[in-house]
Design a protein around this ligand. Sequence first.
Ligand SMILES: Cc1cc2nc3c(=O)[nH]c(=O)nc-3n(C[C@H](O)[C@H](O)[C@H](O)COP(=O)(O)OP(=O)(O)OC[C@H]3O[C@@H](n4cnc5c(N)ncnc54)[C@H](O)[C@@H]3O)c2cc1C
Length: 441
Amino acid sequence: MTKCQIPCYKTMDFSDTIIIGAGAAGLFTARQLSKAGQKVTILEARNRIGGRCYTFSGQDFTQPIELGAEFVHGELPLTLKLLKEANIKYETVSGKNYQGKNGEIKQSEFFMEHWDNFEKALKEVKTDQSLDGFLQQNFHGEKYAGLRRSIIQFAKGYDTADPECVSLFSLRDEWLGGHEEETQYRIAGGYIQLMDFMASQIKSFGSEIVLGSIVKQVNWHEGFVEVVTTSNAVFIGTKLVVTVPLGVLNCSPSLEGAIQFVPDLPEQRKAAADMGFGAIIKILIEFSEPFWEEKGLENLQFLFSEEKIPTWWAQTPQRNNVLTGWLGGSPKDEIQHQNDDEILIDCVLSLASIFNLDASFIRQKMVSAKVYNWTTDPFTRGSYSYATLQTQSALKVLKKPISKTIYFAGETLFDGEQLGTVEAALISGLETANEILDFRK
Ligand SMILES: Cc1cc2nc3c(=O)[nH]c(=O)nc-3n(C[C@H](O)[C@H](O)[C@H](O)COP(=O)(O)OP(=O)(O)OC[C@H]3O[C@@H](n4cnc5c(N)ncnc54)[C@H](O)[C@@H]3O)c2cc1C
C-alpha cells in the first residue's frame, strides 16, 4: 500500500514494531526491542508517558506526588534491577499502622474476629470459587457478619476486586503467602524517574514515542499492521504490541480510547471480558502542618477506618505535610462515579471524623488537593487487574501471539502473584519482547 492510495491520512511512518501505550509495559517492550536493533514506534494517547505511573508536580504541592503507582511491593527483581541500572535511589517505607474508630485512634494490631476459622477453611478449600460464594457457604449468619464485612472491605479496598467474581485461590495465595512482612519501597522523585530512564534509552536507540496519539483502529494481516489514530495519522509496521489497560480493551467501541481491530479479534475480546478490573480514586492532600503529629502519630504509616474514604497514609520516613486517601472498589459502586468536589468533601468529613476534629479545621489546614479518578479516565477506565475464575483460561488466549503479528502485553497479562503492579507490567514487557525477538528458539 502506498501513501497515495490513502489520501485522507496525514502521515505514514514505518516501524518494525508499533506499540500502543507508553506505560511501564510499553516502555519496557520498546526498550528491549530497540536495544536489539528494531525500529519501534510507541503511540501514546496522553500527552505524557508513564500511564498508571503518574508523578505529578504542580498546583500548590511543595513536592512531586504519586497519583498512580507509589510503592515497590517487596523484593521485586525486575523493578529493583532497573532502578539500580538507572542509578535511581529508593527508600524503605517505615512507620506504624493505626486504626481510627469512633473518634479514637489506636495502633493497629491485626485482629479480625473469627479470622482463625476463616484461615483454616481457606487452607482446606480444594476447588476455586468466588470469595462471595465461599463466605456465603461457610460463614453465613449473624455470627459472621463482621468477618464478612471486613474480608469484603479488604478485597474491594486493596485488590479492588469484585467479591462475586474474584478467584478465592488468588486471594489465598496473596493473604496467606507471608507477604505482609515484606519491605516496601518508595522511589526518590517518583516512578516517573524510571519511566523517563526507559524513554531516554528508547530514543537513544533510534526509536520514537509519539504523544497525543489516540489509536482508534488497527487494520492487519499476517506480518502487517496499519494503525490509525483519531487524528487520522497512520503508522505501519510488521508487528503490533497492545498494552492498553483492561478497562480500555473492554470498553464500548463508541467510547474514547476504544480500539477496533479489522479483522476483528472475537476470541481475544471474549477473553478480556472474562478478566477482572477494579476501580480506584486516589486523593493527595497537602496541609499547612502535619496535624496528625499533634495526635501522637509522628510515625504514621497507614491509617485504616470505616469512613467513606477509609484508608489514609503519610510519607514516613519522610516527614512532610502530605496525606494520601485511597478509595478502592468496583466500577459498579456509585461512589466511584462521584465528581472530584464531592469526593473532596467526603475526604474532609472522613478525616474530621477519624481525628475527632472539626471539618472547618481540616479545610483551613488544606493547602492543595488533587483527586484522581482512574475509573473515569478514558485511557485507564479502572484501577488494575485482579484474578477471576476465568483468568487462567483467558490468559492462555491473550498471551498467544496472533499470526505472529499482534501481541497483548501489560500488567493484566502477567501470570503470577504480582498481578496489578508495575513489576507485572515490566515482566510482561520483557516476555513480549523476548517472544518477538524469538529468544526462545
Ligand atoms: C491509583 C493506582 C495506584 C497504584 N499503586 C501501585 C503501587 O503502589 N505499586 C505498583 O507496583 N503498582 C501500583 N499500581 C498499578 C500499576 O500502576 C500498574 O499495574 C502499571 O503501571 C500498569 O502498567 P501498564 O503499562 O500495564 O499499563 P498503563 O500504565 O495503564 O499503560 C497503558 C498506556 O496505554 C495508553 N492508552 C490507552 N488507550 C490508548 C489508545 N487508544 N491509544 C494510545 N494509547 C492508549 C494509556 O494512556 C497508558 O499510557 C497502581 C495503579 C493505580 C491506578
